[in-house]
Ligand binder design. Structure first.
Ligand code: A2P
Length: 317
């Protein structure tokens, strides 16, 4: 079950991926996901799990000689500050981001961390580090994203031009963005040097955060929406509306939430450290939610604000 990327003919993205974020053991989770049947792994520089993700893919392929690199889809993302500079925090947790109090304290964090790496040479260097961290078995990345819009308009374009070079060299098959608004997308493609427009926008998306206008805009533009935190990080699985729908279909609440996402035509990247739940989260085919149940879940929108709204996208301009 894969979707074509309308803006990059020939590249397909598996509809169900696995998020290698905040795993207790990223290597074990990534390998477990591949063994369970996932063929799409989502990592990022800031998750500090690129080495573990690459290693899991290489070892999985070595153990399964009937499969090859082209059977696995790997996504990673460029963080807005250069995490390889001296004094950078060694883990996601130690960076204190996102700020636990939701106060926007990332600005202080960013100032402490140093300048943006959304420049053309730094984006190339950052991409190259991402690829190298995945190890010698991973010769290219399938999809590489600018992780968020924060550094500002000029920086977004500059970084994009670097990624376009990597794509032209065959080191990455498709490019995209994450946490971008309609305005950010429009501004980027308005620059005549942008010849390979974003193929995906990875955003927070689940029944309690539907971002309908943005999703609709992306669909119109042929930009595939990838839903992160499709299970709302496990925080709303007791919601009586989804509990009732799950009972009706004899499915788990997580499965109903993920199926609702799929039937909303987005790619999903649920996270789990547990092999049983990993299997459950990809057992989503051969059944359908009826329109009336889709509607009920549509009605849950609004409880959680998208992080793209919480982060001030122009803070560095
Ligand atoms: P765990 O890793 O222990 O399975 P999201 O993908 O939205 O970030 O959600 C991930 C959270 O949801 C994690 O806390 C994960 O816990 C939990 N989770 C993942 N799959 C399921 C499932 N099938 N049922 C219940 N909780 C799940």
């Amino acid at each position: 079950h894969s979707y074509p990327l309308p803006r990059k003919p020939g590249v397909q993205i598996p509809a169900v991926g696995f998020g290698v974020f905040q795993s207790a053991d990223a290597y074990a989770s990534a390998l477990g996901a591949l063994e369970t049947g996932y063929r799409h792994l989502d990592t990022a520089e800031i998750y500090y799990s690129e080495p573990e993700t690459g290693k899991a893919v290489s070892e999985f392929l070595a153990a399964n000689p009937t499969l090859n690199r082209a059977d696995i889809f790997i996504c990673s993302k460029l963080w807005e500050v250069d995490l390889s500079l001296p004094g950078m925090p060694p883990t996601f947790e130690s960076m204190g981001h996102p700020p636990p109090d939701g106060s926007g304290a990332w600005k202080t964090t960013a100032a402490k961390l140093g300048r943006t790496q959304y420049t053309t040479p730094d984006a190339i260097a950052g991409f190259t580090r991402s690829l190298e961290k995945m190890g010698p078995g991973i010769e290219y990345i399938d999809l590489y994203l600018l992780h968020n819009p924060r550094p500002g308009k000029q920086a977004r374009v500059d970084a994009w031009l670097g990624l376009q070079e990597m794509e032209a060299q065959g080191k990455v098959r498709a490019l995209g963005v994450s946490n971008w608004s309609k305005r950010h997308l429009e501004e980027l493609v308005a620059d005549a040097r942008v010849t390979s427009p974003p193929t995906v926008n990875q955003i927070e998306f689940h029944p309690w955060c539907q971002q309908r206008e943005l999703v609709e805009y992306c669909k119109q533009q042929g930009i595939v929406v990838v839903a992160y935190s499709p299970l709302a990080q496990g925080t709303r699985l007791g919601d009586p509306v989804v509990v009732e729908v799950a009972e009706k279909y004899g499915k788990t609440v997580a499965q109903v939430v993920l199926k609702w996402c799929l039937q909303s035509n987005v790619v999903i990247i649920p996270k789990s450290d547990n092999k049983k739940r990993m299997a459950q989260n990809m057992d989503l085919w051969g059944w359908e939610l009826a329109e009336e149940d889709m509607e009920k879940i549509n009605g849950l929108d609004g409880g959680i604000e998208a992080r793209v709204g919480e982060w001030d996208p122009d803070a560095w301009e």
